[in-house]
Every structure is written in structure tokens, then in C-alpha cells.
Design a protein around this ligand. Structure first.
Ligand SMILES: [Zn+2]
Length: 86
């Protein structure tokens, strides 16, 4: 497959299940037993994407927990809002 840049890659939002351009999404990554919001650098690990429409909504934590098949601490919501405030 040809190289695709970030503006053309699409991922399914774990909340609304719609394909969205990844450049507009927040990626949450599980690294070992920690959950991190991906910033500038690429993080390796299992990830879940939340689109810009859903990221402030009430279902994010539930959907992330479902996606990672484990309880995600609610502190991640704070990390997400901080990441999106930049
Ligand atoms: Zn969404």
C-alpha cells in the first residue's frame, strides 16, 4: 500500500463507530498497565480512537473500557481534555 499521510488515514471512533480522519481524533493508548493520551510522539501499544464530536461526551469512558476490555480510570478524561486544550 502506498504511504498515506495523517490526513487520509481513517479510524473508527470507539464511541460513535463512524470512520473519521485520524488527524481529528484523540488516540488513547494502553502501555503496560497505564493509559495515555497520545500527544506529538507516536506511542506503541493497543490504541483506541475517539473522534472530535464524541470526545467531550458522556460515553467516552464506557467505550474506552469496552474497547480495552478492562476498566479505564476516569483520570483519562482529564488527560483527554488537557490534550485537546493545547
Ligand atoms: Zn465519535
Amino acid at each position: 500500500m502506498a504511504n498515506k499521510n495523517l490526513h487520509t488515514i481513517e479510524r473508527i471512533c470507539c464511541v460513535c463507530r463512524k470512520l473519521q480522519p485520524v488527524a481529528q481524533m484523540t488516540r488513547v493508548v494502553r502501555v503496560d498497565d497505564k493509559f495515555l493520551v497520545q500527544g506529538q510522539q507516536r506511542l506503541n501499544g493497543r490504541g483506541a480512537h475517539v473522534c472530535a464530536f464524541c470526545v467531550g461526551g458522556p460515553h467516552v469512558l464506557k467505550c474506552l473500557s469496552r474497547s480495552f476490555k478492562t476498566a479505564v480510570p476516569k483520570e483519562i478524561l482529564q488527560q483527554i481534555s488537557q490534550a485537546n486544550a493545547k
